[in-house]
Structure formats: structure tokens, C-alpha cells
Design a protein around this ligand. Structure first.
Ligand SMILES: NC(=O)C1=CN([C@@H]2O[C@H](COP(=O)(O)OP(=O)(O)OC[C@H]3O[C@@H](n4cnc5c(N)ncnc54)[C@H](O)[C@@H]3O)[C@@H](O)[C@H]2O)C=CC1
Ligand SMILES: O=C(CO)COP(=O)(O)O
Length: 362
């Protein structure tokens, strides 16, 4: 069993329940098991429970990894979350509220909940942590995010993540983020701690939209320079939105911002990037409600609505939203190259300045 070098004095949570047996929930359950915890996984689909029972494989996981017999996979939500002392919510963002609501009467009193979905709620523009706080009052909250292709985590390849909890203060051994970190830490899975929940969440939600933009550019054959520009100016967009919501700019320079942008915007392993690439090539990307989630395709609109409500200019995200609404790709991409020439704004100080709604910085 791998051991943790991080916060060795923290007591790990012993029984981890994972709600959502998609690729990421499955990989996180495996990570908990590898770190020496008991883990159980709730699957929404009967066929997933049946497939695991028959072959120890989950069809949502695209790599051939056998799930150990020690991993309980069940469709009985109460049985999965009832005995847990830590619960991970890993459903797509647009279904997270309903899942949290279903969990409410089933969770033990005061059991901490970790948000692992990446997105902003459609109607409300709420962050996932706010959604869960509203549905599960009395349960301490954390967010786990970062550059983490589920397939690579399932294959036990080296990965670093950020675990964020609100409230600040020193990360002593009793701190929730420290306890969550040791629960999952191993020689191949390294959590870092943060007290900037908003920054970590905004990074994860917005990078999916930027990844679609990068995919579109790749599909259109716009080259590597364009991709680097989209990643960097995408970082400016998620930084200014995050700062407007109270995040610290340096959080967006970390794993949950730059780290996840670099990963998702430069690999066809990313569903968001691949979705964008198909669009850029003029193909209709395949998507279904029961298939792999493409969060950016849903979140382009929710991020767009939130940015407009706050008066934050996010032209790349707005461009993706417009393309998904039927606008001509070439016109939108060309539109990103015009406008007043202005100082580049990416530093902490500038991020605060450009969070000013009066700015039209691109
Ligand atoms: N796959 C990855 O590499 C990573 C995914 N994430 C995030 O994790 C979240 C879950 O994504 P994946 O595990 O990749 O999903 P997936 O694409 O592997 O599977 C789809 C999931 O959606 C669930 N689902 C579909 N309709 C639902 C409904 N009405 N209610 C509840 N659940 C429903 C399915 O049961 C299944 O678990 C997303 O927010 C994603 O952005 C985060 C990091 C890595
Ligand atoms: O969030 C992810 C990696 O950190 C997964 O990205 P995709 O959903 O684009 O595959």
C-alpha cells in the first residue's frame, strides 16, 4: 500500500462513498482504495452495476482497468452513502443539485462532502459548492479539482490535484482539506491544499469552455500559435471571472487553473477538446445524455450568463457559446483578433484591474 508524505499527522477518512460511477468517480474510488481506504461507488445505470458484477469493468472507463472486488459498486444510493464518513459528488454539474438533494436524507450527520464536478449551474450561475451548501446544510464542504484525466488516474499514472476548503487559516492536521488530502494521497496521487474554493471551482468550470475553443482552432487548422494564445487569453478570462467572484489570481495560476487548461487544451484525450475539434472540422460532434459528459458544451451558456450578469468580458467563452448557438466559426475566430490594441493583462494586479466591468480587454 502506498503511503502519504503529506500531513502525516492528519487522520484519513476510512470509508469513502463516491456518488457517480462515470470515469472520474470510478478513478477516484480506485484512488481511495489504493491509498488504503474502504470505497463504495454509486452507479446510476443498472447496466453499469451489471457490467461490474460480470466483468469488474466499468464501461464509462475507457481504459482496461479491473475494479478490485473490494470496491463495492451499487445502484442503492442509501447503502453506498449511508455508512460513509466522506462523500464525493462526481455527477455532471447540471445534475449535481438533484443528486445532492437525493443524498440529503441518507448522509450521516455532519459527514463532509467533496465536490468533484466541474461546472457552473445553468439557471442560477451558482458554483457547485454553493449548490451543495444549499442542498446539504450542516455538511462541511471541499472541492477537488485539477489536471486529471480519469483514464490516467485509473491507470495509476502520476497526478496532482488541489483540494480546497473555505475559511482560510493554517492547514493543521485536523483541517478538513488536510484530512481529505491524506485520504487520497499516495506515491502516484498528490493533493495540494487551498483555501480558495471559488478560484479552484472557476478554473475547473471555465477551462472546459476554453478547451472547446482550442479544439475548434485545431479542427480549423489554425496552428499552434493560436492554441497558445487561446490558452493564455483563456487564463485571463477565467482569472478575471474568478477575481470578480472573490478568487485569488494565484489560484488560477495553479493546478486547477493553468494546470487544467494546459492539460485539456492540448490533448485529444479531452472530451471538450475533441468535441471542439469535431466542430472545427465541420463535423457534428456526437453527444447524448447517457454518453460521456462534455461539460464545456453545457457550461458555455452558464459561464456566459454568469459573466454577463457580472459584466465581465470573456470573449473566447462568448465565442464558443455563439458557435454552439449556430454562429459561423470563421467569423467568431476572426472576431477575436480585432478590437483596440491594449496592454496585456494577466498579472494579479492587472487581473483585478480588468475585472472592472468598464474594461473591454480581450
Ligand atoms: N473524466 C474525467 O477525466 C474528469 C471528469 N471530471 C468531472 O467529473 C464530472 C463527471 O464526469 P465523468 O465521470 O467524466 O462522467 P462520464 O462522462 O464518464 O459519465 C457520465 C456520467 O454522468 C452520469 N449521469 C448522466 N445523467 C445523469 C443524471 N441525470 N443524474 C446523475 N448522473 C447522471 C452518468 O451516470 C455517468 O456517471 C464532470 O463534471 C467532469 O467534468 C473531472 C475531472 C476529470
Ligand atoms: O477535467 C478533465 C481533466 O482535468 C477532463 O476533461 P474532459 O472532460 O475534457 O475530458
Amino acid at each position: 500500500m502506498a503511503t502519504s508524505a503529506l500531513s502525516p499527522a492528519s487522520v484519513p477518512f476510512g470509508r469513502v462513498a463516491v456518488v457517480g460511477a462515470g470515469a472520474w468517480g470510478t478513478a477516484l474510488a480506485l484512488t481511495a482504495l489504493r491509498a488504503g481506504r474502504a470505497a463504495s461507488l454509486w452507479a446510476r445505470e443498472d447496466h453499469v452495476v451489471a457490467a461490474v458484477a460480470a466483468s469488474r469493468r466499468n464501461p464509462f472507463l475507457t481504459v482496461p482497468v479491473d475494479l478490485p472486488a473490494a470496491l463495492t459498486v451499487s445502484g442503492d444510493l442509501g447503502a453506498v452513502v449511508g455508512g460513509a464518513d466522506l462523500v464525493l459528488l462526481v455527477t455532471p454539474s447540471q445534475h449535481l443539485r438533484a443528486m445532492a438533494r437525493r443524498c440529503a436524507p441518507l448522509l450521516g450527520s455532519g459527514v463532509p462532502v467533496v465536490v468533484c464536478a466541474k461546472g457552473v449551474e445553468g439557471d442560477s450561475g451558482a458554483l457547485m459548492s454553493d449548490v451543495v451548501a444549499a442542498e446539504l446544510p450542516g455538511h462541511p464542504l471541499a472541492v477537488l479539482s485539477g489536471p486529471t484525466f480519469a483514464a490516467e488516474v485509473a491507470l495509476d499514472l502520476p497526478t496532482a490535484v488541489t483540494v480546497a476548503t473555505a475559511g482560510g487559516g493554517a492547514f493543521g492536521p485536523e483541517h478538513l482539506a488536510a484530512r481529505i488530502a491524506v485520504t487520497f494521497a499516495s506515491s502516484t496521487f498528490r493533493p495540494y491544499l487551498s483555501d480558495d474554493v471559488v478560484g479552484v471551482e472557476i478554473g475547473g468550470a471555465v477551462k472546459n469552455v476554453i478547451a472547446i475553443a482550442c479544439g475548434i482552432a485545431a479542427g480549423r487548422g489554425l496552428g499552434s500559435n493560436a492554441r497558445a494564445a487561446l490558452i493564455t487569453r483563456g487564463l485571463a478570462e477565467l482569472t478575471r471571472l474568478g477575481v470578480a467572484l472573490g478568487a485569488r489570481p494565484e489560484t488560477l495560476g495553479g493546478l486547477a487553473g493553468v494546470g487544467d487548461l494546459v492539460l485539456t487544451c492540448s490533448s485529444e484525450q479531452s472530451r471538450n477538446f475533441s468535441f471542439g475539434k469535431a466542430l472545427g472540422e465541420g463535423r457534428a460532434p456526437q453527444r447524448s445524455d447517457d454518453g460521456p459528459v462534455v461539460e464545456g458544451a453545457v457550461n458555455a451558456a452558464s459561464v456566459g450568463a454568469l459573466s454577463r450578469r457580472l459584466g465581465i468580458p470573456m470573449p473566447i467563452c462568448a465565442g464558443v457559446e455563439a458557435i454552439l448557438g449556430g454562429a459561423a466559426i470563421d467569423e467568431i475566430m476572426a472576431g477575436l483578433m480585432v478590437g483596440d490594441l491594449r496592454p496585456e493583462a494577466l498579472t494579479a494586479e492587472n487581473a483585478v484591474r480588468i475585472a472592472n466591468p468598464a474594461s473591454t480587454d480581450r
